[in-house]
Design a protein around this ligand. Structure first.
Ligand code: AMP
Ligand code: ZN
Length: 135
């Protein structure tokens, strides 16, 4: 299903031009318009899913396989030292476009790109609570 108010639906369908690196029946891979680093790209399904919670299972598998294929190719083209695959779900987690997508962000040794967090400490109480609630 498409969402007529969704910019990524339009980009994925080719209705809005994009710097397309790859396309198949299920996905379009484009360069991000505001890249964190040179070559920052997005994997966008052609069907509309708000985020990972809604994503079709078969497509979820294909998305990760495609991320593998793209990063293997791009790391040679871009000569980068590493890759972050980032995927944000809901506003609290930084999602700004509410059509599922995966970021592929090329990294270079000692670049100062801020993808990270301050490491905390796993508290015994939290661990017990989570493990018990999942039973
Ligand atoms: P997120 O914050 O995870 O939802 O990521 C949305 C990403 O989409 C951001 O990195 C934006 O720079 C990118 N973006 C938004 N609009 C466009 C567009 N028209 N073309 C390419 N990238 C876009
Ligand atoms: Zn959409």
């Amino acid at each position: 299903m498409k969402n007529e108010n969704c910019i990524f639906c339009k980009i994925a369908a080719g209705e809005i031009p994009s710097a397309t690196l790859y396309e198949d029946d299920d996905f379009r891979v484009i360069l991000d318009a505001s890249p964190a680093s040179k070559g920052h790209a997005l994997i966008i399904p052609k069907e509309h899913y708000r985020n990972l919670y809604d994503l079709d299972d078969a497509l979820a598998s294909k998305a990760l396989v495609l991320a593998k294929k793209m990063t293997l190719r791009l790391k040679d083209v871009l000569r980068c030292d590493g890759y972050n695959i980032v995927q944000n779900n809901e506003e609290a987690a930084g999602q700004t476009v509410f059509h599922f997508h995966m970021h592929m962000i090329p990294r270079h040794q000692d670049d100062k790109i801020g993808i990270g967090w301050k490491m905390g400490e796993l508290k015994e109480k939290d661990k017990e609570e989570i493990l018990n609630k999942l039973k």
